[in-house]
Write a protein that binds this ligand. Structure first.
Ligand code: MG
Length: 252
């Protein structure tokens, strides 16, 4: 195990987890994505980390410090001037950079409070979060990526949710995206075998309807559902330890 790497990712992950926890408190109906983005950017810096998306290569530059994906958007939503309404679904996906390493986490909430969401949306949030935890529970040295993928998929399918297949989880460290890929569908016993010190992002992406999606041409980033249904995304960065796993992206 690389202790310097682990402690950098642990510290960065804690900052990230704190910002993601607090942004959910900060968000109120009537706010725009751009206002939220400005707050998140200031908080990342105030808490001593770097804005990871500023470090993307020029040809992939993202116009914001955080991905904000509203309703039919699943991932990669760009902060814009549209006001959020009570009952909107909003997913926040955030990377931070700290002492040479990236961490990555995502959460989905309902604007104005969980009780303002439609029952099907509320259920999607709890099922997708549970799918993420079921995937995380599989992590230990010697486990296969397929063990995680199969566990996540099982929970999503049992919850009658669409499973996004064309975007996947990934390794993380000195780069935002590293091998191996961590799909949200697959077969137990297949794929890369995890070893102590690996860090992977487990990130179920689901939807109420069909999982077919497209990139919105207006910003070349936002991934939206073709059938216009609602999408959902949860994510944590997970370190493989001697005894199992450590979730790096929780707040203090
Ligand atoms: Mg992410």
């Amino acid at each position: 195990m690389n202790e310097q790497k682990n402690s950098a990712m642990r510290e960065g992950g804690k900052i990230l987890g704190g910002v993601l926890r607090d942004v959910q408190e900060y968000v109120k109906p009537g706010m725009t994505g751009k206002e939220i983005d400005a707050w998140v950017r200031a908080e990342i810096v105030r808490r001593g980390a770097g804005v990871a998306y500023d470090m993307l290569p020029k040809n992939e530059s993202f116009p914001g410090a955080i991905c904000i994906s509203v309703n039919d958007a699943v991932i990669h939503g760009t902060p814009n001037d549209e006001e959020l309404s009570e009952g909107d679904k909003v997913s926040f996906d955030l990377d931070v950079y700290y002492k040479g390493y990236f961490t990555d986490s995502a959460v989905t909430m309902i604007v104005g409070g969980k009780e303002k969401g439609a029952p099907a949306v509320r259920k999607m949030l709890s099922v997708t979060e549970a799918a993420m935890w079921e995937g995380i529970e599989q992590v230990k040295p010697g486990a296969r990526i397929g063990d995680i993928s199969a566990a996540v998929e099982k929970v999503l399918r049992k919850g009658k949710l669409g499973v996004i297949e064309n975007y996947v989880g990934h390794g993380i460290g000195k780069s935002m995206h590293e091998d191996p890929e961590v799909p949200n569908y697959g077969k137990k016993g297949h794929g890369y075998k995890l070893k102590v010190g690996d860090v992977i992002c487990i990130e179920p992406m689901s939807c109420l309807g069909k999982p077919k999606n497209y990139v919105d041409e207006s910003d070349d980033w936002t991934v939206r559902l073709k059938d216009g249904s609602i999408g959902c995304h949860f994510e944590h960065s997970i370190l493989v330890t001697e005894t199992g796993y450590e979730v790096l992206t929780l707040p203090e």
